[in-house]
Design a protein around this ligand. Structure first.
Ligand SMILES: C[S@@+](CC[C@H](N)C(=O)[O-])C[C@H]1O[C@@H](n2cnc3c(N)ncnc32)[C@H](O)[C@@H]1O
Length: 276
């Protein structure tokens, strides 16, 4: 399922809150002034615009693999300091657009809010981030974890799912990320696993937020072929995932008039701060 950029932009309250938290860390650690900042996986541009408002940057290079997102960002969140560019950060260095390669060893600060979990083979992305940063440059990232979707099932039911999908524990997901950055010569300043809550209006939650989880779950299927993956999800796993999130990690908030009006979602996140 393709994400509708305008709908994402409208309902990404949790992304904004998480980006604001990263920016609080950045300002506390390093202050306000930066020459070159890069926003990797900028999406609709709303978070890039927040970066532009909260920091004093000479230039912000904002990249995303999705051309629709870049067009939306250019139209809705323009700034004289921001340059938006379509780019897949997980390509080999030599295949990256020369516009980006010219930033090798130049970037003071890389921010990547809720992006890395979408990239299955993260090694090239991490290598590119390393090459782009100047020596001593910092990268602040929030990475969404996939929570355990099978926790209330019997062992037999779990075994059935394990033929299709492997979801590492959240601690394993964190340790995999730590190993990946360490292997690529980064110094890890901070890595933590968080559980966060966010309220969503009921309709928005069902139409815009719940469909996000089957898309993320797809990345953990043992099957790698994209077409076969889509048919596995369509054959019932997608509905199972949505229901598991409703059952295990969401709760309806009942207003004073007794009408259920909002959902509170719990989601997992790894916050990582690393230095070249
Ligand atoms: C959940 S959105 C987050 C957008 C924005 N950072 C925010 O916090 O609102 C994830 C974004 O990562 C982008 N993305 C996924 N894989 C990517 C890749 N390999 N290279 C660049 N961007 C990527 C997607 O297109 C999407 O816009």
């Amino acid at each position: 399922m393709e994400v509708d950029i305008a709908e994402f932009d409208y309902s990404n309250h949790a992304h904004l809150r998480d980006a604001n938290n990263l920016l609080d860390n950045i300002i506390d650690d390093n202050g306000y002034n930066y020459d070159i900042v890069m926003d990797i996986g900028c999406g609709s541009g709303r978070v890039t615009s927040l970066i532009d408002c909260r920091l004093r940057c000479e230039q912000i290079m904002a990249i995303d693999i999705d051309m629709r997102a870049i067009k939306f960002a250019q139209k809705n969140y323009p700034s004289p300091r921001i340059r938006y560019q379509v780019l897949d950060i997980s390509l080999p260095w030599d295949k990256l657009d020369p516009v980006i390669r010219k930033y090798e060893n130049q970037v003071d600060l890389i921010i990547s809010n809720r992006v890395l979990h979408w990239i299955e083979d993260k090694n090239l992305a991490v290598q590119n981030i390393y090459r782009l940063l100047k020596p001593g440059g910092m990268c602040y990232s929030n990475v969404t974890t996939l929570l355990d979707l099978f926790t209330d099932l019997t062992q037999d039911e779990r075994d059935k799912f394990s033929e299709l999908i492997v979801i590492p524990s959240e601690n394993e997901q964190k340790e995999q990320l730590r190993t990946l950055f360490e292997k690529n010569k980064f110094n890890i300043h901070w890595i933590e696993l968080l559980h966060l809550q966010q309220l969503y209006p009921k309709d928005e939650f069902r139409s815009n937020v719940l469909p996000y989880f089957p898309n993320l779950t797809k990345k953990y299927l043992i099957e790698k072929d994209p077409i076969k993956r889509n048919s596995i999800m369509a054959s019932g796993l997608s509905d199972y995932v949505k229901n598991a999130f409703l059952r295990l990690y969401s709760r309806e908030i009942i207003e004073a008039n007794g009408i259920p009006d909002k959902y509170e979602l719990t989601y997992g996140q790894i916050r990582i701060i690393i230095q070249k």
